[in-house]
Design a protein around this ligand. Structure first.
Ligand code: PEP
Ligand code: MN
Length: 353
């Protein structure tokens, strides 16, 4: 059951509802509804006579299972990192190398993506690699370089965490914690980052359904961490022509289901450098709040994911085109004189003549 309270509801109303839920042993959670009011989500139902306190705006018995991630009964959320707002209308670009390979190369990449218009620096210190024999990342040494790059460029930084035991260490350095596709269903990890009060980027599992993805977001939100960003990064399909299939249908679909910001990763989504630009701009056209892109000055020399890494010049073009597309989506359209639905077909034909 979801109960919404008006902005001016007395505190006694929420206290009474939460106490009633507690007495009936029904777990309850609260979150701001984004309109100034409060949303109370209760596992199960409360008796009708308890639901009439002053300031109760609505009682909803039918709702999605992801009660806190759902767009039902609440406004869209934004996530703010430094002076960057994700979900606020301006496409936010997170860019940088796949792996942090060394101090000089990271600093060079950071300045280059900054100059290209990126808002946030990405870079992996703990890398989830298919082979245990591949480069696994520099670990804490890489995190230190990331912090130095932040200091030099002023850009907030995002990096991946793979294990619950690493969360404190990574959170010490990162402004946004990244949960990779292979860990979308690592529930202990999700619970752990749910205890942070720091933004989390949750990538879609490569074989995950939309409802599973949103339930994973719910793990983080239910811990009290309300700063969650979703990232569509491609799903497994039958065709090896691309590394994954970037599911851009997921973008408007997920935005119709959740209040959380959604961004698109066309790098892992395609695995092919020449496709990254088109799919990045297509992601913004589909309604994404931003992009997550692998870019560095010498893409060919990257130790991991070189084939999908673009150079700063291309990143610059993506940033510019994305801004234009986002503006075009917001631009007012000319209004037809009257509804075309009711227009007489013969009249339309005569207009066409
Ligand atoms: C990455 O962003 O470096 C990464 C490993 O992404 P994904 O989890 O989407 O494969
Ligand atoms: Mn990568």
């Amino acid at each position: 059951m979801i109960i919404t309270l008006e902005p001016n509801a007395p505190i006694s109303t929420s206290v009474a509802l939460l106490e009633a839920a507690g007495a009936l042993r029904k777990p309850a959670r609260t979150m701001p509804d984004g309109y100034g009011g409060l949303l109370i989500a209760i596992d199960g139902s409360l008796p009708d006579d308890l639901l009439h306190g002053p300031g109760v705006a609505g009682v909803h018995r039918q709702h999605q299972p992801y009660v806190l991630a759902s767009l039902e009964h609440r406004a869209r959320s934004t996530v703010t990192v430094g002076d960057v707002e994700i979900g606020g209308g301006r496409p936010v670009v997170m860019a940088g190398p796949c792996s942090i390979e060394g101090r000089e190369s990271l600093l060079r990449a950071a300045h280059a993506v900054r100059a290209a218009g990126a808002d946030i620096l990405r870079g992996g210190a703990f890398k989830p690699r298919t082979s245990p024999y591949s480069f696994q990342g520099l670990g804490e040494e890489g995190l230190r370089y990331l912090a130095e790059a932040r200091e030099q460029t002023g850009m907030p930084v995002i990096t991946e965490v793979m294990e619950p035991e690493q969360v404190d260490l990574v959170a010490e350095y990162a402004d946004i914690i990244q949960i990779g596709t292979r860990n979308m269903s690592n529930f202990p990890l999700l619970r752990r980052v749910g205890q942070l009060r720091k933004p989390v980027l949750l990538k879609r599992g490569m074989s995950a359904r939309i409802d599973e993805w949103l339930m994973s977001a719910e793990y983080i939100l239910s811990g009290g961490n309300l700063q969650v960003i979703l990232c569509e990064r491609g799903i497994r399909s039958f065709d090896p022509a691309t590394r994954f299939t970037l599911d851009l249908t997921a973008v408007p679909l997920v935005r119709s289901l959740t209040h959380l910001p959604v961004i698109v990763d066309p790098s892992h989504g395609t695995g092919v450098r020449s496709l990254v630009g088109s799919m990045a701009v297509a992601g913004i056209a589909a309604g994404a709040d931003g992009l997550f892109i692998e870019a560095e000055p010498d893409p060919e020399r990257a130790t991991s994911d070189a084939a999908q890494t673009i150079d700063p010049d291309e990143l610059f073009e993506i940033v510019q085109r994305s801004r234009l597309v986002a503006e075009a989506l917001r631009a007012p359209l000319p209004q037809p004189v009257r509804s075309l639905v009711d227009t007489d077909v013969r009249e339309l034909a005569s207009v066409a003549d």
